[in-house]
Design a protein around this ligand. Structure first.
Ligand code: MN
Length: 292
């Protein structure tokens, strides 16, 4: 392969709080809004949770996106307006599709106490599906590839000749890597890629990536040669650059401000667009939109 590829864009994640837990928000970034259709990435924790106190994110709505929840430590409980009630543990995937509208809550489990850490991601839905029905998938196990250098779990998309069963509406990769030795990963040349280091560090060429950063590599590469600093856990995001211009505000992904204003009004009015979530946590109200 030639060596004319550009260097990566290395950006710091932003500190934020979601529910009761501190997060490092790696996406969106002003300089790079999306990676493929990935439009939001929160590395959450590590935090200490109790049986009755954990994520504590009360019912709130989404439109136009999919939420991808992946824990590396601990347990959490998902409830949504479709009636889903799903415990999630490390190695499992919760994938909720909002389409025209869904609401959910993320809660303590009532049984697990201890350390909680993971990543929550959003995927922007394309115009072809974003007005469609809501849906929820839980994948209790996912394809894994184990080599002497790394273990890979395919959350979304294809890697190393195996495919995740998780729904994706655009060409996308979500891959968790636990890297022990220097290795070269195959990449799709038509994808842009963004590793987020969850624990440890990786070096690629002159670049070192640590937790609290995101590295964004433009498309046009077909491999990624990395050296881990000790055992390193990485979430690798990738996809064909998203061709549609999105607007993100609060929990909504849309194309116009008007669509967002209408969704926020529906949530406040409880007009039935977003069905109820069977959660004891207080409902999260929509803030006022920052435009008239
Ligand atoms: Mn949510």
């Amino acid at each position: 392969m030639d060596d004319v590829t550009k260097g990566p864009l290395i950006l710091a994640a932003h500190a934020a709080t979601v529910g009761a837990i501190a997060v490092r928000r790696a996406l969106p970034q002003r300089q790079h809004r999306t990676v493929g259709a990935w439009c939001f990435a929160d590395h959450l924790g590590p935090a200490a949770v109790a049986r009755d106190r954990g994520l504590d994110i009360g019912p709130h709505p989404h439109i136009g996106l999919q939420t991808v929840t992946w824990l590396t430590t601990g347990e959490a409980l998902h409830r949504d307006s479709l009636g889903s009630e799903q415990l999630i543990r490390p190695g499992q995937l919760n994938l909720m599709t909002a389409g025209r509208g869904v609401a959910h809550a993320e809660e303590a489990t009532g049984q697990y106490a201890g350390r909680l850490e993971g990543i929550q991601l959003w995927v922007a839905q394309p115009d072809t599906t974003r007005q469609g029905p809501a849906a929820f998938e839980h994948h209790g196990s996912l394809p894994r590839i184990e080599t002497s250098a790394y273990d890979a779990t395919v959350l979304v998309g294809d890697f190393g000749g195996t495919s995740s069963p998780a729904r994706h509406d655009t060409p996308l990769l979500g891959l968790e890597l636990v890297v022990r030795e220097p290795t070269t990963l195959p990449l799709r040349w038509d994808f842009e890629h963004a590793p987020i280091v969850l624990d440890g560090a990786i070096r690629e060429g002159e670049t070192t990536l640590v937790p609290g950063q995101i590295g964004i590599w433009e498309l046009g590469r077909d491999e990624f040669a990395i050296t881990p600093d000790g055992t390193t856990r990485v979430m690798m995001l990738g996809g064909v650059p998203f061709p549609e211009t999105i607007i993100m505000w609060w929990n909504f992904v849309a194309r116009t401000r008007d669509e967002i204003s209408v969704a926020a009004r529906s949530w406040r009015a409880r007009d039935g667009r977003f069905a109820k979530v069977a959660s004891a946590l207080p409902v999260i109200e929509a803030p006022n939109v920052p435009w008239r």
